[in-house]
Write a protein that binds this ligand. Structure first.
Ligand code: SAH
Ligand code: SF4
Ligand code: F3S
Length: 469
């Protein structure tokens, strides 16, 4: 069996003991940390674990990078340019290090899992002393102890993909939290580097997922997003003892859990059972992030996506029959190798047909080691750029059309934040189906559920007013 491999309690206790030792040394010195996170929700969630450990080790969070005693970049490598940008970011810290020789500079995350990069960074930047990958977050105390003893280390154990449960975590807000249900990815979409850096797919045990949710909800969290590169394939290797639809059923009745979200969904595995679960469970939100990537079957085949345009559209139709107010968001890549003008137009027509609430659009970026990077017929950058612009223009139009449906709509919004720049304070938050709405109100209402009616739309956003708190 592939998964079921867990980091032992004994090993975790050893790390906790090191953290407690370090705490005695560090806490009295009032040291601070700053973690800068790039990339997707996986990294956001990992950064919470990292910040949790650093807090346990005796650091507190710095307000800004410049005043921190430990700076860590949590990196992403899903598209290019990231490496250059990282080099620039690290280079820029040299001056801070010169002024504060005790400063620890570290780099972690997906990019560090790429072959050779850790060594390259250590060589090129003498002021970097700590590098680690995504599979060794449970070893942060031990790694930090080594760095404090003057070592420069790179721990990027790609083979170790055992799951570590019950690591510490420091969260940003009191209303929503991400909960991993699985790690890694086995899909090998031909453009994508994630399976190479995040390792193969492993599902957590359902009871561990539920325990984490229960503990979050008992601490005041009311909205949970289940995370995975492809949540619909949860448990496919048999190790979790259930599939995604049953996991939704199993965790959705945690008392006090108002909203249950999940992402990302892969169209090839979004089956009838999952659709039924979304329809039948009262707190599962009516939103599916369903990356389509392309609207052309030949490109989908070359992308190794394992579904067709027709299948994708049939999911949308079926879901809308089951759940009429459901909203879809998506990811789209333009300029994949071999994408002809006609193929690109298929993507436009799919966007036209579906009417996504929002689309995250990307120009194809070749990633070393992936199948697509070796394909012929790479598309010139200028063509990618033009296609991206016309796709974005179409989606902007569709977003406006989608927003217009909401005039007069009344529903509950979970308040996420406020904007005090205008003449009156505007609160914002989402309906359960992911639509964001702005409305005037008191910042005291942060994290609360407020009933809001939409009365206007304004380019990208809905504007409304509070009906009652
Ligand atoms: N697991 C998620 C996606 C993770 S990456 C899923 O399958 O839905 C997020 C998005 O980045 C992808 O959906 C894709 O649209 C985009 N992406 C991934 N690799 C890319 C590449 N090489 N070039 C451009 N965009 C890419
Ligand atoms: Fe990448 Fe495809 Fe896996 Fe998503 S499903 S992470 S796009 S390989
Ligand atoms: Fe980037 Fe890693 Fe996510 S490569 S997109 S942060 S899984």
């Amino acid at each position: 069996m592939k998964s079921n491999l867990f980091i032992s309690e004994q090993e975790l206790n050893e790390q906790r003991r090191i953290a407690a030792d370090l705490y005695r040394e560090i806490a009295p010195r009032n040291l601070t940390f700053f973690v800068e996170t790039f990339g997707c929700q996986m990294n956001v969630r990992d950064s919470e674990t990292i910040r949790g450990w650093l807090t346990e080790i005796g650091y507190s969070e710095a307000a800004e990078k410049e005043s921190a005693d430990l700076i860590l970049f949590n990196t992403c490598c899903v598209r290019d340019h990231a490496e250059k940008r990282l080099m620039g970011n690290i280079g820029a810290l040299k001056e801070l290090k010169d002024n504060n020789p005790g400063l620890i500079i570290g780099v972690c995350g997906c990019m560090m899992q790429q072959e050779g990069i850790a060594k390259k960074l250590l060589k090129r930047f003498p002021h970097v002393s700590l590098i680690f990958g995504t599979n060794v977050l449970h070893r942060i105390p031990e790694m930090l102890r080594a760095v404090m003893n003057g070592e420069r280390i790179a721990v990027t154990d790609r083979a170790n993909d055992a799951i570590a449960e019950t690591l510490p975590r420091l969260r940003d807000n009191q209303r929503s939290a991400f909960v991993n249900i699985m790690y890694g990815c086995d899909n090998y979409c031909s453009y994508c580097i994630v399976p190479y850096v995040r390792g193969h797919e492993r599902s957590r045990r359902p009871e561990n997922v539920r325990n984490e949710i229960e503990s979050l909800v008992s601490n005041g969290i009311t909205e949970i997003t289940l995370l995975g590169q492809n949540v619909n394939s949860y448990g496919n290797d048999g190790s979790a003892g259930m599939h995604f639809a049953d996991l939704l059923r199993y965790v959705s009745d945690v008392p006090g859990l108002k909203r249950l979200r999940f992402m990302s969904s892969h169209p090839k595995d979004l089956n009838e059972d999952v659709m039924q679960a979304i329809a039948e469970l009262p707190n599962v939100c009516h939103h599916v992030h369903l990356p389509v990537q392309s609207g052309n079957n030949e490109i989908l085949r070359r992308m190794n996506r394992k579904y067709t345009r027709e299948h994708y559209l049939s999911i949308i139709e079926r879901m809308r029959t089951l759940v009429p107010d459901i909203e879809f968001t998506t990811d789209i890549i333009v300029g994949f190798p071999g994408e002809t003008e006609e193929a690109f137009e298929d993507t436009l027509s799919l966007v036209e047909t579906v009417g996504f609430a929002a689309a995250f659009t990307f120009a194809y970026s070749p990633r070393q080691g992936t199948v697509a990077a070796r394909m012929e017929d790479q598309i010139p950058e200028s063509v990618k750029k033009r296609r991206l612009q016309s796709l974005n223009a179409l989606q902007a139009q569709k977003t406006i059309e989608n927003n217009e449906k909401y005039i007069g709509h009344v529903g509950e919004v979970l308040v996420e934040g406020f904007d005090e720049r205008g003449p009156e304070t505007m609160l914002y938050g989402k309906y359960q189906n992911f639509k964001m709405v702005y409305f005037p109100g008191d910042p005291m209402l942060l994290n609360r559920y407020i009933t809001v009616q939409v009365n206007k739309t304004n380019k990208n956003s809905l504007l409304g007013e509070m009906i009652h708190a």
